[in-house]
Write a protein that binds this ligand. Sequence first.
Ligand code: F3S
Length: 375
Amino acid sequence: MFLSKDEEKLLESGDYTIRKCMEILVAVGKIFDADRLIKIKSAQISGISYDNIGDAGLEWLESLNAKVKVLTLCNPAGMDLIRWKEMGIDKDFYEKQMRVINALKKLGVSLSLTCTPYYLVEINYGDHLAWAESSAIVYANSVIGARTNRESGITALASAIIGKTPNYGLHIKDNRAPHVRVIIDEGMDPAIAGYETGRIVKDRIPFVEFKKKLNNNGLKAFGAALAASGGSPMFHAKEITPEWRDFEIPSEKIVIDGLKQESCEPDLIAIGCPHLSKEELKTVYDLLSKMGKVKKTLWIFTSRKIAWENKKLVEKIENLGAKVFSDTCMVVSPATRRFECVMTNSGKALEYLPKTKNVRAIFGNLRECIEVATK
Ligand code: F3S
């Protein structure tokens, strides 16, 4: 892999953090046959919930002595930084999570605490990024046409500190070609369509034909579930993805037509995986105001920026009995563990809740979730 003189100097730097970050990027570049490092417009770090990283991750973050070189955002933490008590988070967890937050602050990371960074910062077609949140990666690649590989929390942080990423994978146009054609039936919820597609295509890139065209919120739900149940870093949606015409349509064809699931009686209804947009918050409010007061526990997750910008709407939702939390989500917070059965409209949460929180999870579309919450 070609390194400029300046890059070689970083590799021999007396600064431990810089040297290690360069070593990580060069090692990854060599594994994937990258020809060089390329500049990135922004980085996004995942794995910042203390529930996921524990003391080892916390101490590693605290040991880093550097500043990020590019705009660097971060994923949700394990709690709402302000309303953590209402989530049932204990003081010990709060203190550890705040140490993680302070370590990120010291590195210069912007405390976006969301998996929807594309609502916060402008990214454009062709931008090179080093993002680590799987749902945001799919959205950036597929809906916007930016370019990012599926980074880990560590490689994204190394890229943030160096300001570059190895040039391989989805940074190169030819590697973005679709492998399999997928037809999505008209009546399917996008989250379930993504969930089922991911289970079949695994980490291949699908060329997707939605019989009913999706808006960006639907594409977000589809992509998040696709990346969670499979591992695909992007999809091409016919007539939507900026590059959809640039490649041959694959000959292998799959039709996706439904989900079979077991049932359980939900004691938590959780919405907002990925974090809700303003329009989705509005839809939640419209449904709630039609169906009446919440009678079960209904948690809604969005970024703090969206919540602040829509304070009145959030208040109205909360007046109907739901809780709107920020900075966290049902999957990365330990708070979900005390429930037995979670109903969600997210294909990603459906995949991860049983694995990471040991709770049962069932799917309902947004209307069904609100119906159950108000029954
Ligand atoms: Fe976001 Fe948490 Fe889902 S990080 S995509 S809300 S698992």
